[in-house]
Write a protein that binds this ligand. Structure first.
Ligand SMILES: [Zn+2]
Length: 64
């Protein structure tokens, strides 16, 4: 892996949007992760937790 921009990194959570289940692009910066759905415009902060079953994605601040 090459880290061209160590201050921030982008990734996509498959079907990560809680509103429309579209792929959710997420940008992680020093201030934390933030995601904006390109499909419906949902904005929130995904919280990714590793569990025994794999990655679990939850959200906070979505109703602010
Ligand atoms: Zn969406």
């Amino acid at each position: 892996m090459t880290e061209a921009h160590p201050a921030s990194r982008d990734f996509t959570i498959p079907e990560g949007c809680p509103v429309c289940a579209a792929d959710l692009p997420v940008r992680v910066t020093a201030s934390g992760p933030s995601g904006v759905c390109k499909h419906c415009g949902w904005l929130g902060r995904p919280v990714i937790t590793v569990t025994h079953r794999g990655l679990s994605v939850s959200y906070e601040g979505a109703r602010a």
